[in-house]
Design a protein around this ligand. Structure first.
Ligand SMILES: Nc1ncnc2c1ncn2[C@@H]1O[C@H](COP(=O)(O)OP(=O)(O)OP(=O)(O)O)[C@@H](O)[C@H]1O
Ligand SMILES: [Mg+2]
Length: 494
């Protein structure tokens, strides 16, 4: 890996990198930052969690003149949460240069945003719908933008967003530099991308697999009706410290969340029917660990960087291989390890093979976890606690009572009782979810590479955040490999 110093990055940004604890550039940073600094258009593809934000952020910040209080950098991202997160990372990177960054997204009062815009930010990080609103109202001035970025570029150029993106880019001076980044970049999207750019340099960080190596990938074959019990059993066995569970629809997310809560898990749901305030508070609670399990639609699939997410569960198999890559990429970030488990019904097994083929990775089969194993898992937790307590010492105050007890009871009975008290015995409260259709595979389809025609996704003009993840009665029509048009009835349109 290269040092940042060797890439020609200016001192003020080096200082920020130092402060952020970035010691060496990741491969995508090493390969794209120099091109970006030369002013070239770049399409950058690299695995999830490998620092693409800084890869486009650094060259953009380098060109910004802090004295000129105009918007000079514009970043477009698919969800509100991602816009906020990217804006924060850009802020950290540009801090010592005095760069002001403003996130702009739907679900926030317009007047507050207009005030923020009047304050003269150098960089705006926006979701497409709200950005267009501001452009139409002339509350955002794009005349001085010299760098435009599409984060999650393949998503932004997908059916639901592409027209908005074209409209946005038309407003930005043609001599701009355009940077497109994502962990996935299907060929036909890449072709569309090129029409929006000037002789782009294409950088694809070569990796054997599209997914990150340090994520252990597992699948469990289960009938629809077995899935929920299997999930809670598995949670008791694996005892993740922070987990994200993906469900296919908003309704599904609500039901799974309620079911988990009924069984005593600290779970909260996130999807587009929630108010912006609720979305933010759920995400913050998850980040600080007060909520241990985040149940989400694909609104949380892309880009979100929450450190220490140890497990990702695909309660429902994702619509296409790309979304699989993004979903499981919420764990195993920045070199950490992670576990990803996908529940697959027998009829959906062909999808598993398509995912494996497109991502060039392999999932290992795990047997359906039983309630007995779950109970053992919980006991093991209690055992670990006990051992930790022995290692920590400080037991002297308890010794006298302990030996009195040992006069009366045998040691096995005593330890068994202690373990029983310490084990969270999970009530198997019955939970029944509404029935759902399995994903269907289009016959003769070619491994997720088919060019999608159908668009179940709708136009993305709404910024109310109500449209994403429509709980869609057309679900059964969505073709797994009809990817380009169909994959994202679940994502945010804000
Ligand atoms: N050179 C570096 N050294 C150490 N940490 C880094 C470096 N670059 C980025 N990071 C950190 O790694 C994490 C992942 O970065 P980032 O969110 O940019 O990944 P990404 O490639 O955009 O992933 P995704 O495809 O999921 O959007 C962040 O917490 C970021 O601060
Ligand atoms: Mg990213």
């Amino acid at each position: 890996m290269a040092t940042f110093q060797s890439l020609g990055i200016s001192d003020v940004i080096m200082k920020a990198l130092d402060k952020m604890g970035f010691e060496e550039a990741t491969p995508i940073q090493e390969q794209t930052i120099p091109l970006g600094l030369q002013g070239k258009d770049v399409i950058g593809q690299a695995q999830t969690g490998t620092g693409k934000t800084a890869a486009f952020g650094i060259p953009m910040l380098d060109k910004i003149d802090p004295k000129q209080r105009k918007i000079q950098g514009l970043i477009v991202a698919p969800t509100r949460e991602l816009a906020i997160q990217v804006s924060e990372e850009i802020h950290r990177l540009g801090k010592f240069k005095g760069i002001r960054t403003l996130p702009i997204f739907g679900g926030q009062p317009m007047d507050r945003q207009i005030r923020g815009l009047k304050d003269g930010p150098h960089v705006v990080v926006a979701t497409p719908g709200r950005l267009l609103d501001h452009i139409r109202r002339k509350t955002i001035d794009t005349r001085f933008v010299h760098t435009a970025v599409l984060d999650e570029a393949d998503e932004m150029l997908n059916m639901g967003f592409i027209e908005d993106i074209r409209d946005i880019l038309k407003q930005i001076p043609e001599e701009r530099q355009t940077l497109l980044f994502s962990a996935t970049m299907p060929k036909e999207i890449r072709q569309i991308a090129q029409t929006l750019m000037r002789q782009p340099e294409e950088v694809k960080v070569q990796a054997k697999e599209m997914t990150v190596e340090n994520i252990e990938q597992i699948f469990i074959e289960a009938h629809e009706k077995q899935k929920f019990d299997a999930l809670t059993n598995l949670l008791d066995i694996q005892t993740p410290s922070l987990a994200i569970i993906f469900g296919r629809t908003k309704k599904r997310v609500d039901e799974v969340t309620e079911g988990l809560q009924a069984r005593g898990f600290k779970a909260e749901g996130i999807h587009g029917d929630l108010t912006q305030g609720k979305r933010m508070s759920v995400l913050n609670q998850f980040k600080n660990g007060r909520v241990e399990i985040l149940v989400a639609t694909d609104v949380a699939a892309r880009g979100l960087d929450i450190s220490n997410v140890t497990h990702v569960y695909n309660f429902d198999i994702p619509q296409d291989p790309e979304s699989y890559v993004h979903r499981i990429g919420r764990t195993g970030r920045a070199g950490k390890t992670g576990v990803a488990v996908s529940f697959i019904t027998p009829r959906e097994m062909p999808h598993l093979h398509i995912i494996e083929k497109v991502t060039n990775s392999k999932m290992n089969r795990m047997q359906l976890p039983s309630y007995d194993e779950a109970k053992r898992g919980q006991q093991q937790l209690a055992v670990n606690k006990l051992i930790r307590s022995i290692e920590k010492k400080g037991l002297d105050d308890y010794r006298e009572t302990a030996s009195e007890l040992l006069d009366e009871y045998d040691s096995v009975t005593l330890v068994a009782a202690a373990l029983k008290i310490m084990s969270k015995s999970r009530r198997q409260t019955p939970v029944t979810l509404s029935s759902v259709q399995p994903l269907s595979v289009k016959r003769g389809g070619g491994g997720g590479k088919g060019k999608g025609k159908g668009n179940y996704r709708g136009k993305s003009s709404s910024d109310k955040g109500r449209n994403f993840n429509r709980n869609n009665s057309k679900g059964r029509n969505r073709k797994f490999n009809n990817k380009r048009g169909s994959n994202n009835s679940n994502s945010s349109k804000s």
